[in-house]
Ligand binder design. Structure first.
Ligand SMILES: Cc1cc2nc3c(=O)[nH]c(=O)nc-3n(C[C@H](O)[C@H](O)[C@H](O)COP(=O)(O)OP(=O)(O)OC[C@H]3O[C@@H](n4cnc5c(N)ncnc54)[C@H](O)[C@@H]3O)c2cc1C
Length: 569
């Protein structure tokens, strides 16, 4: 595990032994199914009877999950009808700066992807996108990092350049994971795809820790008895930086991230992540059933998706009826819903009968992280200029307890314009920006940064207007991504397993939930892809289809790998 404060090498032999094993992937721990293998298999994802070819399926949401779902259903010979309220890409949103060279863009949502996201990588490769290292704090390709806490700044290229207390904190985190969460054992089991071992470790932990916060987990560890250490850890954290805004969340959420290395070795998508869903939308698959060669999602939709869904209700004959913002009403045998769950409570008029009551409770209890970002375009990567007095970079990737929290420097070659993400924040830190306009935000950010870099005139390099977002304020999102609180495991399980619809009462089938909210690892695009593939399997099954026995789908293996069930009484 590479970390901002790297995991202590408390057992170097063990570490070397792990490195000799296959790499960590986002395989489990809740539902250890090999989505990457399913996608790579030449037999494909499954087949539906020829009599069903051309059958319409509604896909609500044109984010990554919706586009993957629609693409795979189209390949099987069904006719996906995608509804999108905002723009294709959803939380993969790449935006250009007004008046600047079009190649200068900002990632308002997802911006860095771990190599362990192997199902996501399948689609990145499929559409021919390239990735490159993302300049996270202290990452090998990041020129330098400044950690600024309580008014004191430290300049570092590696962890060893920071004062010893940072190493102590790293060691405490590592020991805490080992002591409370069998970290090395789970790491080995995930690498080896040892399903029984993963399930054995994880069932014990789910039972023990579902009621525990991230902060409580730290406090209970003998390794983290020092408040000062917990405070520094909260500010600097691991992987991408400070995680104290996650302290109230369930520790299970954090363990999923660290076990699967979701927060490590990040890469950005060259040219922007939104290209992925846009290219899939336009892509004409070589292997396609029923539809003529040259068919794409774009061609099936006459170029654009249908507008926002405004109403979902049931009708006679086992049909689900979708009304959209244009007033168009169509009924379907299957609907895949990939937008954020809260949309079902407010923006879309829904029949209670769409889901069993326990699923409604899970939808209502969904908890989101807030998140804001602000980007400015600059004339060039001036931060690489050497400071004459110190010999250091003029400015660095910056982690701080000031308002900005995380500042990222995004260059694209020495003489080309570049971009600074002046601030990326979550939860309360994001809410602090909410009432401010983009320019007001930028002013406060520049002031914070001038305290850290008193001799650097950032403003003189800015060549355009700032771009900002607060995801909690976006009408079709209402939050950045789900984060389960203690006690939410059962809700999460209900939502994730909803694609196994034979278990539902007959009058509650036909709507499939997918996307980031349904995933065990919300906030990571891999989960949007994995849950899309569950929904594809569920729809295929509903249309009487099957998978090739050589390539069983997630529903075929469900009984063997079903997520742990906790008692309800
Ligand atoms: C700030 C931020 C940072 C992130 N960072 C990372 C990262 O670094 N790495 C990573 O892997 N992941 C990251 N993620 C998570 C990643 O972006 C998501 O997992 C993924 O994009 C979710 O895709 P989705 O299709 O499930 O949902 P969405 O992208 O939200 O798609 C749902 C779509 O539904 C549409 N919609 C809403 N209501 C309706 C309606 N009534 N009718 C029709 N359509 C509707 C929305 O407009 C949206 O396009 C980040 C997310 C955010 C917000």
């Amino acid at each position: 595990m590479t970390s901002t404060v790297p995991t202590a090498v408390h057992d170097q032999q063990e570490e070397r032994a792990l490195d000799a094993l296959p790499p960590v992937t986002m395989f489990g721990p809740d539902f250890p199914y090999a989505y990457d293998g399913y996608l790579a298999h030449p037999a494909g994802l499954g087949q539906i009877p020829a009599t069903e070819h051309g059958g319409e399926v509604a896909v609500v949401g044109g984010g990554l999950s919706g586009v993957v779902t629609a693409y795979e259903l189209m390949k099987m010979g069904l006719r996906p009808v995608v509804y999108e309220a905002d723009r294709i890409g959803g939380r993969l949103r790449t935006v250009g700066f007004d008046g600047c060279d079009g190649s200068l863009t900002a990632e308002m949502g997802a911006m860095r992807f771990p190599p362990s996201s192997t199902a996501l990588q399948h689609y990145i490769d499929l559409v021919g996108l390239k990735t490159r290292p993302f300049p996270n704090p202290l990452a090998p390709d990041t020129p330098s990092t400044v950690v600024d806490l309580k008014g004191e700044s430290h300049y570092a290229r590696t962890i060893d350049d920071l004062p010893p207390v940072y190493r102590e904190v790293a060691d405490a985190w590592s020991a805490c994971l080992e002591e409370g969460a069998d970290f090395s054992d789970m790491n080995r089991a995930i690498r080896e795809r040892d399903v029984p071992r993963i399930r054995e470790i994880w069932s014990r932990l789910v039972e023990k820790l579902d009621n525990q916060t991230f902060y409580g987990f730290l406090c209970d560890s003998t390794a983290f008895t020092s408040f000062r250490h917990r405070e520094i850890f909260g500010q600097v954290g691991f992987g991408t930086g400070g995680w104290d805004t996650d302290f109230p969340n369930s520790i299970l959420e954090i363990l999923r991230v660290v076990y699967t290395e979701a927060d490590d070795h990040h890469r950005g998508i060259v040219g922007g992540s939104q290209q992925l869903p846009l290219r899939l939308w336009e892509r004409e698959p070589g292997k396609i059933v029923h539809w003529p060669q040259g068919t794409s999602l774009a061609s099936l939709h006459g170029g654009a998706p249908r507008p926002a869904v405004t109403r979902l209700h049931r009708a006679a004959g086992d049909r689900v009826v979708v009304t959209d913002a244009s007033g168009d009403i169509r009924s379907y045998r299957a609907v895949v819903f990939t937008a954020q769950s809260w949309m079902l409570l407010s923006q879309i008029d829904c029949d209670d009968s769409l889901f069993p009551i326990d699923h409604w409770t899970a939808i209502e209890r969904t908890h989101y992280m807030e998140s804001s970002k602000l980007f400015v375009p600059v004339d060039r990567p001036f931060w690489l200029d050497e400071d004459e007095t110190t010999g250091r970079d003029t400015m660095s990737m910056t982690l701080t307890d000031r308002m900005t929290r995380g500042t990222y420097l995004l260059g694209d070659g020495p003489d080309r314009p570049a971009v600074i993400c002046l601030s990326y924040t979550w939860c309360d830190d994001s809410l602090k920006w909410l009432p401010l306009s983009a320019n007001e935000r930028m002013e406060v950010m520049l002031k914070s940064l001038s305290e850290i870099y008193p001799n650097v005139d950032i403003r003189k390099h800015i060549i355009g207007s700032p771009l900002t977002v607060s995801w909690e304020n976006e009408p079709y999102f209402m939050g950045a991504f789900k984060a389960n609180l203690p006690g939410h495991y059962r809700y999460q399980r209900r939502l994730f397993t909803h694609f196994m619809q034979d278990r539902l009462p007959a009058d509650k089938r036909g709507v499939f939930l997918a996307g980031d909210d349904i995933s065990w690892t919300a906030g990571w695009a891999e989960g949007a892809v994995q849950t899309a593939l569950n929904a594809v399997w569920g729809v295929m099954h509903r249309f009487g289809g099957t998978t090739d026995p050589k390539n069983p789908g997630p529903g075929d293996l469900y009984e063997e790998i079903a997520p742990v069930e906790l008692p309800e009484d």
